[in-house]
Design a protein around this ligand. Structure first.
Ligand SMILES: N[C@@H](CCC(=O)N[C@@H](CS)C(=O)NCC(=O)O)C(=O)O
Ligand code: FES
Length: 264
């Protein structure tokens, strides 16, 4: 079996997703054949997939690769506006998406949602460790390398730093761009969409640690939160104000107005 399955038809996609066991983390890699960063990211994904395949007690994962332009219906469902774009989902729920060729953000995201047990845990029996979601999130330089011991708070902050830098424009929202779960988040998605802004997003409803932690980290009490280049811009009101002051606020982050995905 190839580790990363190329899906080339809509029906193939539907069958595949429909047959996935609930606990499996599905990694969906959207790419375009003309985008050089995609070729790089494809290698990263192959390597990650083989890491998971190599570890006997690793949580169940499944890896697919989709040509974003060829399967535009699928791309639309996931709001793919740029490639490479990787979506992590479990049980039909989008957990996180990583936009652009950001290998470390991707590895961090995957390890967060499907923690690989450390070498010590690997020697324990698989049954007792399989459900341990509360453990460390990895995120170290290399799997298996000695990691500095971090307090849970430091660990979370490290993770949050990774998340706010996961894409040049990051939206922390309630729900997903195609299914916002609150009017404030929906409005901000619309603002970004109208301006063809390329952005990554994180559904804070899927992760209460991030939901509560980021408020402290950002010193900002609500969602949505928009981050640009790793810095908090603010919530919906602030973004509206910024756009009033400077209508070109997002100029550097917009996709040229053409169909299909743009290289990130
Ligand atoms: N005026 C705010 C509206 C956002 C807001 O009030 N968000 C609330 C309700 S969705 C929130 O995130 N509360 C904290 C929470 O739900 O964790 C803005 O400009 O973004
Ligand atoms: S979820 Fe109630 S206002 Fe956003």
């Amino acid at each position: 079996m190839g580790l990363v399955k190329e899906i080339t038809a809509q029906h193939e996609w539907e069958t595949f997703v429909g047959s996935l066991p609930k606990s499996t983390l599905l990694v969906i890699f959207f790419h375009a054949p003309w985008a050089a960063p995609c070729a790089q990211m494809a290698k990263v994904i192959e390597a990650l997939a083989s890491d998971y395949a190599a570890k006997e007690d690793s949580p169940p994962t499944s890896w697919v690769s989709i040509n974003a332009e060829e399967l535009s219906d699928v791309s639309e469902i996931y709001d793919v506006v740029a490639v490479p774009y990787v979506v992590l989902q479990r049980n039909d729920q989008v957990l996180e998406a990583v936009s652009g060729s950001n290998a470390s953000a991707l590895r961090k995201a995957i390890e967060t949602h499907a923690p690989l047990n450390s070498t010590a845990a690997a020697t324990a029996t698989a049954t007792t460790t399989a459900n341990d979601k509360s453990g460390t999130t990895g995120g170290g330089e290399e799997v298996g390398k000695n990691e500095e011991v971090l307090s849970p708070e430091e660990e979370l902050n490290k993770r949050l730093t990774g998340l706010v830098n996961a894409a040049p424009v990051m939206l922390f929202m309630k729900g997903t761009p195609s299914e916002p779960k609150c009017g404030f988040s929906r409005q901000l998605v619309n603002i970004l969409r109208e301006r063809s802004v390329k952005y990554g997003f994180f559904n804070i409803l899927a992760d209460d640690d991030v939901r509560q932690g980021l408020k402290k980290f950002a010193d900002w009490p609500t969602y949505p939160q928009l981050w640009v280049s790793g810095e908090l811009v603010g919530g919906l009101d602030i973004v509206k104000e910024e756009l009033e002051k400077d209508p070109d606020f997002f100029k550097n982050f917009s996709v040229p107005s053409q169909n299909g995905a743009a290289a990130a």
